[in-house]
Design a protein around this ligand. Structure first.
Ligand SMILES: Nc1ncnc2c1ncn2[C@@H]1O[C@H](COP(=O)(O)OP(=O)(O)O[C@H]2O[C@H](CO)[C@@H](O)[C@H](O)[C@H]2O)[C@@H](O)[C@H]1O
Length: 467
């Protein structure tokens, strides 16, 4: 089967969050299963594109209010485990950032160029797999735009990584979409706006979300799309994300201060913790709690300052926070540093290497998310022998069980300061039960969340769509 994943992010080329991780891993595992799975993504002006060589495979032009020329580039000396195609649109998409405020035109141009290339390929794809709203107009264009008539019978699949963001824009821009039968314009609309995610849910052959529980939640809370998802339920399915167990392997991870396996976890985690605590002025003898992520409401980031303030009262733990986002929350989190010097520190920003070290160094990872479609951090934490403390939502509910209930993590029921603070209090008691805690550490490192099972689940889904 020939599969094309189309996405705004793909690790290690460009990653802002979990979408990049998934698109950078899933095709690799699908290829391992004998398929031909590739990625199409934008050509950004970043470290990866500036330090690798590319070859042109196609050139074209399209009109988006004004004419644009584009190239499709492919990576030379590719060791990624899948073919990579980059859409290079100078003056539109070739930027040193992934997302911005004029994304409508940028990602519309990306989608049009990707389809202009796909439609003229000698061998038509078997599956076009779109990810999130940035590629959400592709199923509509494949089925309705005259120019893509040849792709009309090619199955399209859309995966919702985050239903909060939908890419809405006004009908005054409808003329930017390549011509189609105007009587079908309703397929683009949701609540009087062009809504790429809603359109994808209407037009794709199958809709997936990144955990079964999130699929269920979306029918009650989907930022306005609940009714649509309930109506289209028959073609929706939740498939739990996996993790790239080659990138996220504490025994080979080149970012770590010291590598370790289950056998050497004690010494390995200690070396990483000692380094981190020295670097950030924390006490290595205390249990270390970490947060890694985007500082946005969905992640419960606004709760963190108070949760940390409550938890640091007895000065019997250390906390390290790595993230960026809401500037008010960033300031509040930074301010706590003076009050709790020696016990608390932050790194405001994005730092891939520090994230890896922190998963290895920490004893616990806190995730008080309000919405968590799947969550990868808790799975990375488990693989690195770090106990996740999570709110019982979305994929967190599917992947973590409470230690007081025969499980291995710490669960709380509600994204509130009280629940989050009490969960940390319970976690410290768990940590102090050293024999049980050590046994648990070995156990969680053995949990298999690799992509093997889920990559097969996607293949089964594609096979069900074969004509
Ligand atoms: N400041 C920082 N520095 C370094 N690394 C950082 C960082 N902030 C975040 N990261 C990294 O970004 C990734 C975040 O993954 P999540 O699954 O939590 O993400 P996100 O909410 O972006 O994704 C959405 O898509 C994914 C994939 O489907 C779903 O799992 C998730 O629930 C959904 O919200 C992890 O690899 C994490 O280590």
């Amino acid at each position: 089967m020939t599969i094309f994943h189309i996405s705004a992010e793909c690790y290690p080329i460009a990653k802002v969050g979990g979408l990049g991780d998934v698109v950078g891993a899933l095709p690799k595992y699908q290829n391992k299963l004998g398929e031909t799975s590739s990625v199409i993504m934008p050509f950004y002006d970043n470290k990866f594109t500036n330090t690798h060589s590319f070859k042109k495979v196609f050139s074209g032009r399209f009109n988006l209010g004004r004419p644009f020329a584009f190239d499709i580039l492919t990576l030379v000396d590719n060791t990624l485990g899948y073919d990579l195609y980059l859409v290079h649109i100078p003056g539109l998409l070739y930027t040193d950032y992934v997302y911005s405020s004029n994304d409508t035109e940028r990602f519309l141009g990306f989608q049009i160029a990707a389809l202009d290339w796909l439609v003229q390929l000698k061998e038509q794809p078997d599956i076009v797999h779109c990810h999130d709203h940035h590629t959400g107009l592709i199923p509509f264009m494949m089925s309705q735009s005259y120019a893509y008539h040849k792709l009309r019978s090619t199955p399209s699949v859309v995966t919702i990584h985050n239903g909060q963001y939908q890419g809405w824009f006004g009908h005054n821009k409808i003329h930017l979409i390549p011509p189609f039968d105007f009587s079908k314009a309703g397929l683009l609309d949701w609540k009087k706006l062009i809504n790429p995610l809603a359109s994808a849910i209407k037009c794709a052959w199958k809709v997936t979300t990144v955990s079964p529980n999130y699929m269920e939640e979306l029918t009650h809370a989907a930022n306005g799309l609940e009714d649509l998802l309930r109506y289209e339920r028959g073609k929706c399915v939740g498939i739990l994300n996996g993790i790239d167990d080659k990138v996220w392997d504490p025994s080979t991870d080149s970012d770590l201060i010291k590598n370790y396996s289950i056998k050497t976890v004690q010494a390995g985690k200690k070396a990483n913790k000692d380094w981190l605590c020295k670097e950030f002025n924390l006490d290595p003898k205390l249990p270390l709690f970490a947060f890694i992520g985007r500082l946005v409401d969905e992640k419960g980031a606004d709760l963190l300052p108070e949760i940390f303030n409550n938890s640091l009262y007895h000065k019997n733990l250390s906390i390290m926070m790595l993230g960026s986002g809401d500037s008010g929350v960033e300031q509040q989190l930074d301010r706590l540093k003076q009050q709790y010097a020696g016990y608390y520190n932050t790194y405001i920003g994005y730092n891939e290497r520090l994230a890896h070290i922190l998963y290895a160094a920490a004893d616990f990872l806190v995730m008080p998310s309000r919405v968590e479609p799947c969550g990868l951090n808790q799975m990375y934490a488990l693989r690195y022998g770090t106990v996740p403390i999570v709110n019982k939502v979305g994929g967190l509910k599917d992947t973590v069980d409470d230690f007081d209930n025969g499980g291995f993590g710490v669960l709380h029921d509600g994204a509130t300061v009280q629940e989050g603070s009490f969960a940390i209090y319970r976690a410290i008691n768990f940590y102090n039960d050293t024999v049980r805690f050590k046994k648990n550490r070995n156990l969680i490192m053995k949990i298999d969340h690799s992509w093997d099972t889920s990559a097969q689940a996607y293949l089964n889904l594609y096979n069900s769509l074969k004509l």
